[in-house]
Design a protein around this ligand. Structure first.
Ligand SMILES: [Zn+2]
Ligand SMILES: [Zn+2]
Length: 147
């Protein structure tokens, strides 16, 4: 699954004329493999051993290239740094209020809501964002231990 996504992503980049450097390859691979919706900093820390000359700024620049190519989605939360998500088919996020962990879950795209919103407001709809908030199993277990 990962390899298929990676190959598609690399083909996609090539077709948009983006050069595939070893760093870009590694960043994409990390994004696809890790299910943690990493920040640029997470990616930097995971790969700095492999690429000692790479900086966080380089990671950011590469993520921007991927975002512009439509491979990566940037999830901003107003507070700290953005998290990055490899774009697959429609999925939604559930987020832990305690530790901030973001987990994917699949649910049919809410096309009807987009159609309704467009119909009611006259907007041309581009996208939507839905997030569920709660407490993850790890944090629930930890909370019950403390008591
Ligand atoms: Zn949690
Ligand atoms: Zn996701």
């Amino acid at each position: 699954m990962t390899e298929m996504h990676l190959r598609d992503a690399l083909d996609n980049l090539k077709s948009t004329g983006v050069r595939i450097t070893p760093q870009r390859h590694a960043i994409l691979e990390f994004l696809i493999q890790s299910m943690i919706h990493p920040t640029a900093d997470d990616i930097y820390r995971a790969l700095e051993g492999k690429f000692p000359n790479m900086s966080v700024a380089t990671v950011y620049n590469n993520l921007r290239v991927f975002r512009e190519a439509g491979l990566v989605k940037e999830l901003t939360y107003g507070d700290s740094s953005s998290r990055f998500d490899f774009v697959t088919n429609d999925h939604y996020h559930i987020i832990c209020d305690d530790c901030g962990k973001i987990v994917d879950f699949h649910y049919p795209g809410l096309d009807e809501v987009e159609h309704l919103a467009s119909h009611v407001t006259g907007f041309k709809v581009n996208s939507h964002r839905m997030e569920i908030y709660g407490t993850c199993p790890t944090c629930v277990t930890q909370a019950s231990k403390v008591q």
